[in-house]
Ligand binder design. Sequence first.
Ligand SMILES: NC(=O)c1ccc[n+]([C@@H]2O[C@H](COP(=O)([O-])OP(=O)(O)OC[C@H]3O[C@@H](n4cnc5c(N)ncnc54)[C@H](OP(=O)(O)O)[C@@H]3O)[C@@H](O)[C@H]2O)c1
Length: 342
Amino acid sequence: MLPKACRSAYLRLVTEHAPRSWDPARLPDQTGRTYLITGANAGLGYFASEQLARAGAHVILSGRSPNKLAAAHDALEARVPDASVQTLLLDVSNTGSIRAAAASVRGGLFKRQRLDGVLLNAGIVHTPRQRETTRDGRELVLATNALGHFVLAAELLTTLSKSASRTWTPRMVWLGSMSTRMGAYDPVDIQLERGYHAYRAYVQSKVVVQALGIEADVRLRDAGVPVESVVAHPGYSIGGRTPRVQGVNEPSAWKRFKDGLQAPIAQSKERGAASLVRALVDPAITGGEYWGPRLITRGEPTRQQPSRTSSDPEVRQRIWETCERLSGMEWPFARAARVAGR
Ligand SMILES: NC(=O)c1ccc[n+]([C@@H]2O[C@H](COP(=O)([O-])OP(=O)(O)OC[C@H]3O[C@@H](n4cnc5c(N)ncnc54)[C@H](OP(=O)(O)O)[C@@H]3O)[C@@H](O)[C@H]2O)c1
């Protein structure tokens, strides 16, 4: 790794020369890099995978359904000639599935020894009306959107830190949401045991995700682990404004019509994915930052400020400790720093 002063100078240089606009079809060359995307069979995860593959990256498409993964794999190969992709079965609401998937990545899935970034994208957007729990008793929305990714990131931390080089610090990107600004959601009853509401479950889970993403970066720096943590959100990205892709996005005529009425405030998932991909690959971005569309719900990726609650140090620390307790997982910071030679 470069000494800190050199790295800052390099980043200044890159920033000064970085194009002001971000064109998802003209990313910095990603040849030789490997990225893992959760929930890659549909929506933002699929389109992020396409953008990365088009730029030359090797992309691990992960998802919980073998059939949907196969369809996404076929679609991506058809739309991006020469794409380098593989699939990985991974249900982020199931700890056993996370551990098994992470073990195959650590074991050098398809002989690839490096992992340059992880997009922690999978999520339940249309949350259940009634409170549901996972097999190990965790509230389903929290478990899927936040806890599963907390465990996955921990499981992949040493693989990421081993992949750090003089020119690239591996990254994890967490999926936040602009909904975290709409109300003061401080997740004290983190599993909504005292009262469940579908919308609250979503927003709380996203406050947790954002807090984890920001806190992870602080802890990674403190421990000297060469991995960055960034939070990004896609604004308001909807299927009916998104290109049809067989087996991946096939909205009905009614959905196209309905979503078309929201055109002034919405964008396609393909465009929404741009903020996530920029957060994952732009060398001018550093850990702890928050990225999203320029007009909040749509537009080009820009740097923004996260909601006050999710960036509050006390809230972050409380959420981190609660996630450690609920998942039974502590991040292997010391080992990750050691394997990177720190
Ligand atoms: N769209 C927006 O405007 C918006 C705004 C803010 C944040 N976000 C966030 O962006 C992410 C993606 O949203 P999207 O709009 O692309 O949603 P989407 O089209 O519904 O896609 C969600 C993806 O997550 C996967 N998923 C759900 N539960 C899973 C599990 N237990 N294990 C593995 N994969 C699972 C889904 O797989 P299946 O097909 O198997 O269900 C699907 O691939 C979410 O985290 C969401 O909260 C979206």
